[in-house]
Write a protein that binds this ligand. Structure first.
Ligand code: AHM
Ligand code: MG
Length: 336
């Protein structure tokens, strides 16, 4: 069977695009190189001194893991030199990362979560890099963050690298969702999951049920719907929760299911849940949409939310279409 590398795949997709200039391919190639370096470090994590915390707290108020910091540095270093970006934004950086003077720039804007799920990394749990790419108009003023904040629907590409038993890349440019597995013997991502479609109804629900007491009534009703037998499947869904969004999302994408991180009342300073709109919810919402699924904050389609801040948080319900619609229906019923 002929093996298709990710570069070939991107070039083939670019050929069909009237805007193909090769700059996007360059962007993706740099991103892939950064991910290969991160994958190498993640794979040997137990052997060298990269586990544990750095002692710092990031912009999100969370402990910074050494591997988080490493992944962030690698991504920024490679991407600011790619020559095709006007700016970058990372979950780990409070402000936009601007392209240093003297480096060529372009009009793509990249946002990423360098190492999602990293709070579990010391236990060898799967983690990943989530990315979101926008193409901005010529001459956009990068000094004004507001000019860069676009709805998720305007992404031109989104996806993630999953550092698991194998390292995978899953991406979409709006023409199907495609999965590639890194063949370590040749150092290439090879097409392993062409045109992924997620089932319309899932068999898994993923949520941190320890927060049950802190949820509102509609959230409890939605989770009870999946636990019980009075649902479209006529039997209970299985519960799976790794606590690493990218890993939970990937499993549900392939098998069908719904992932929820709703608002809860534990921390009143976080009235919109934990997950970030720009670097987590939007890219995964773009992927699930092109795989036939759906993502909502309970009221709005995630992709239609106009961001107002770089590190905005959002409640997230994402996965198989009918399951997500059901949750939205329950929220709507309670709103009256
Ligand atoms: P991170 O980006 O700092 O790793 O935080 C996000 C992670 C998600 O991967 C995961 O879904 C969630 O936090 C788990 O949170 P909780 O432990 O509250 O269930
Ligand atoms: Mg994350």
């Amino acid at each position: 069977m002929p093996q298709i590398t990710v570069t070939e795949h991107v070039l083939m997709q670019q050929k069909e695009s009237p805007m193909a200039s090769g700059r996007f391919t360059r962007l993706l190639n740099e991103l892939i190189l950064a991910a290969k370096i991160i994958s190498r470090e993640v794979n040997k994590a137990g052997l060298v001194d990269v586990l544990g915390f750095t002692g710092e707290v990031n912009v999100q108020g969370e402990q910074v893991q050494k591997l988080d910091e490493y992944a962030n540095k690698i991504l920024i270093h490679r991407m600011e030199r790619s020559g095709v970006l006007c700016a970058l934004a990372s979950e780990e950086n409070a402000d936009l990362v601007r392209i240093p003077c003297g480096f060529p720039s372009g009009n793509y804007f990249l946002i990423f979560d360098p190492l999602d799920g990293s709070s579990n990394i010391d236990a060898n749990v799967n983690v990943g890099t989530i990315f979101s790419i926008y193409k901005l108009e010529e001459g956009v003023n990068t000094d004004n963050v507001g000019e860069l904040l676009r709805k998720g629907a305007e992404q031109v590409c989104a996806g993630y690298f999953l550092y698991g038993t194998s390292t995978m890349l899953v991406y979409t440019t709006g023409k199907g969702v495609h999965g590639f597995t890194l063949d370590p013997s040749v150092g290439e991502f090879l097409l392993s999951h062409p045109d992924i479609k997620t089932p319309e109804i899932g068999r898994v629900y993923s949520v941190n049920e320890a927060y049950w007491n802190y949820w509102d009534e509609p959230t409890r009703e939605a989770v009870a719907y999946f636990k019980g037998t009075d649902n479209e499947r006529g039997k209970s869904y299985s519960q799976r929760y790794i606590g690493s969004l990218v890993a939970d999302f990937h499993r549900n994408l392939l098998y069908g299911g719904v992932f929820m991180y709703p608002y809860d009342s534990r921390d009143p300073s976080k009235p919109h849940g934990k997950l970030r709109l720009l670097c987590e919810a939007n890219p995964l919402a773009f992927v699930i949409k092109h795989a036939g699924g759906l993502a909502t904050d309970g009221v709005n389609d995630i992709l239609d939310i106009q961001p107002t801040e770089l590190h905005q948080r959002v409640p997230l319900v994402i996965g198989s279409k009918r399951d997500v619609e059901k949750v939205a229906e329950i929220y709507k019923k309670h709103r009256g």
